[in-house]
Design a protein around this ligand. Sequence first.
Ligand SMILES: [Zn+2]
Length: 453
Amino acid sequence: MISRLNELGFRINTNMGFFSDDREKRELTLVKLPGIITGAIDELSGYVKKRMSERNTLNYEIDGLVIKVNELDVRENLGYTSHHPRWAVAFKFDAPTAQTRLIDISIQVGRNGRVTPVGILEPVKIAGSTVSRATLHNQEYIEMLELGIGDTVSISKRGDIIPAVEEVIEKNTENPTVFKYPTTCPFCSSSLEKDGGHHFCKNRDCPERIKRGIIYFAGKDQMDIDTLGEKTIAFLFDKGFIKAVPDLYTFDYNQLLKEEGFKEKKIANIKESLENSKQKPFKKVLTSLGFDGLGTSAASDLIKNGFNSINKIIETASHNNSEEFSRIEGFGEITAQLLIQHFTDSRNLKLIEELKKIGLIFEEKIDTQEEINPASLPFTNQTWVITGSFEQFNPRSKAAEEIEKRGGKVAGSVSSKTTHLLAGNSPGSKLDKAKELNISIIDENEFLQMLKQ
Ligand SMILES: [Zn+2]
């Protein structure tokens, strides 16, 4: 597949090896992908060491290697556990570390009031990039490290993304202390409260919380108003132009012509992306509100379970009966209570009202098909296994979708619970097993017929 992509002109990363005791296969691979390293199976571990030693010479970051079985039919036979394929394994390198000095600890407050300490570091190079900030998690973590400002610390890039302070290498000699959180919020001076492992600013009028909430609302994974990035929103907020989320839509951006860095074109772009954001589906609007416990998956689950409009959610919350939410699969009592709290809160309800008036979408139409009682769907109570390759269903997940749409389940391996085997070309051992268990075997044409019916 890779050599075919190469022939077609796609960019291929040739930093890979092919290991087999079959010399012919090795030679064939070399012909198809000149430049890749090949060798016998026992040369694989040497290859891993070689790649590890070359890690810092690459112009991109890596955190390990993936070793995969090359033969597709062997992969098919090995199959999957519930969370990973049996034919691929990741070889993770140790996280790269570096030493530096902790200059300061900055206290950040998130939109839900959670306090996060961030270590400000003397800039240091680590795995090809310069790091000057690292997360410190919470007060307990700081105490565990016995960390104070001025200490020399070792930091690591875990998963090669977020740097973390791992340990204190040397306490500073002048003033060896352990950093203590302030007792009040640095942004609004209200007392910080401890809840679980974290401290919180519980003041809903805290300017930092409100600012973070607006930034979150416009963020890429929420309303995706890309012309209003963190810096622009911080500017508008600090200037007092925008005080709450609805102001994003009601503020007269022409006022910004007087401000440095804002030209007509930029302002027109902001207006346009705000207008576009009014088409964002209900699910996005729901998560953009930034309510605790109401992330992407919770929002999808709500909608899928019939709470497909804000009015239904608010109405249900008003009953103050947590069971109406906790019956949703994956929702616990805590999520249910949070939903009741959020959607009976007068401030939140006022916010929702204002956003409704602005024209955001607060309802999702559910396909009539999904409204049908699942017990009456044609594949209900059937468990399918799919094997082999197909003309019309490539990848096979397309066939799985059709089965699930019709109320059937799709399983990874043939068992006594399997009712149907959908068998394509080169079906492998699953077909034998299905025959053994007398399971009805459906080929692609029969399957297409069934779907039509
Ligand atoms: Zn505060």
